[in-house]
Design a protein around this ligand. Structure first.
Ligand code: IMP
Ligand code: MG
Length: 369
């Protein structure tokens, strides 16, 4: 991953694939042009690397020149009228091959066509290394297309983001989700997970996703996923992981510009942890850490019994029930501790002390991520 200005980009097209693509275009064009001596016209700035590699590979005599489209000065930029500079050569009667780095909306291409209309060229051929079919809004024929790519911003190999990235030898693609800190929060009953979640959410501006809340919300609002989940619950069956993941996905999408997410109550199994990794990956993101509050059993029992005196929660009142819940928690989370430890993402935090002390310990872990 690389960062240019404020944005993150991930590797998208390798040097090898670029090479192969340029070679394929050279082969097609040189074969089609037979013994014609073409004039290759690169559109600056973006095409300089492509044109350089292309003509080095071109097996027959050819001419190379460059033109540049520049915005008229003194006009409002909203009008964005462009003119061509650098076309000094007489091209009448010549076969001209435009070499473009990328065709997006097709506006630049429209301008190229408008200008070449008066040049009396024999033939105007358009070749572009990259083409974004979903963004293209014109119907000029594209004679040669290297790679069709999704409508996402790319940099490298001549293409820039606000001046940076042209020098990169390979292509990078904008990450759709910007850098996020995603945490999975764990803690046995009585560890103070709720209190700390509230604090972390505030301090790091994270969206707190508690699976329990997400379920209750979807069922209460009778969303399609909520109804689906309910149909399993009503039959006394476990809700399939995919349904839960789909609900979490909806939450993540609702908050696409979040700084990150704090997952609470999920995952509980290896399969769920893998599904969550996949979900994050599909958002160009990842789980950065599993943070577990560690509190000695005897302290937990004491705290819960104390809470039981006032909370009225039946399961907080009985010591053997409390101990069972704690045992169950460790049984269930041991595998997840292993899962995240294997990726160096497990962080145990001492959960005994004042609320402030514990939040400080949690912050120390998060700040280092
Ligand atoms: P069009 O005029 O909309 O077809 O866009 C073509 C011009 O926009 C290119 O010559 C680039 O300068 C710029 N452009 C379009 N898409 C990208 C991209 O993904 N990365 C970098 N520049 C781009
Ligand atoms: Mg260009």
């Amino acid at each position: 991953m690389i960062k240019l200005h404020d944005l993150y980009f991930k590797p998208f097209v390798s040097e090898q694939e670029l090479e192969g693509t340029v070679q394929r275009m050279v082969d097609q064009i040189s074969e089609d042009l037979k013994d014609e001596v073409p004039v290759f016209v690169g559109i600056l700035n973006g095409s300089f690397m492509f044109v350089s590699d292309f003509v080095k590979k071109y097996p027959k005599p050819c001419e190379v020149t460059f033109i540049k489209l520049a915005s008229y000065e003194g006009l409002k930029s909203s009008e964005d009228i462009q003119r061509l500079i650098g076309l000094t050569q007489d091209l009448s009667g010549r076969t001209v091959v435009i070499l473009e780095d990328i065709i997006d909306s097709g506006r630049t291409l429209a301008e190229v066509h408008r200008i070449f209309k008066n040049e009396n060229v024999k033939k105007l051929i358009i070749a572009t290394l990259f083409f974004k079919p979903e963004a293209y809004k014109r119907d000029f024929k594209l004679h040669y297309v290297g790679l069709e790519i999704p409508d996402k911003f790319i940099v490298g190999y001549g293409l820039d983001y606000d001046g940076l990235g042209r020098d990169l030898p390979t292509i990078y693609q904008l990450k759709t989700t910007q850098h996020m800190t995603n945490l999975v929060l764990f803690g046995p009953p009585g560890a103070g997970k709720g209190t700390q979640a509230e604090f972390l959410k505030q301090k790091y501006n994270l969206v707190h996703i508690s699976t329990g809340d997400v379920f209750r919300y979807n069922i209460k609002n009778e969303t399609a996923l909520g109804m689906l989940a309910k149909s399993y619950i009503d039959k006394g069956e476990l809700v399939p992981d995919q349904v839960t993941i789909d609900m979490l996905n909806a939450e993540v999408e609702k908050n696409a510009d979040a700084n990150g997410f704090l997952f609470d109550g999920f995952p509980r199994t290896n399969a769920q942890a893998e599904a969550l990794d996949k979900l994050m990956d599909s958002k160009d993101s990842q789980i950065n850490a599993m943070i577990a509050l560690e509190v000695d059993d005897e302290v937990l029992v004491e705290r819960l019994l104390e809470r039981g005196k006032t909370s009225g929660r039946a399961d907080d009142a009985d010591e053997s029930i409390i101990r069972n819940r704690i045992v169950e928690y460790y049984n269930k989370t041991a595998i997840l501790k292993d899962y995240y430890s294997a990726q160096n993402k497990y962080f145990g935090v001492d959960g005994v002390g004042s609320i402030e002390e514990i939040t400080e310990r949690l912050s120390a872990v998060i700040d280092k991520l």
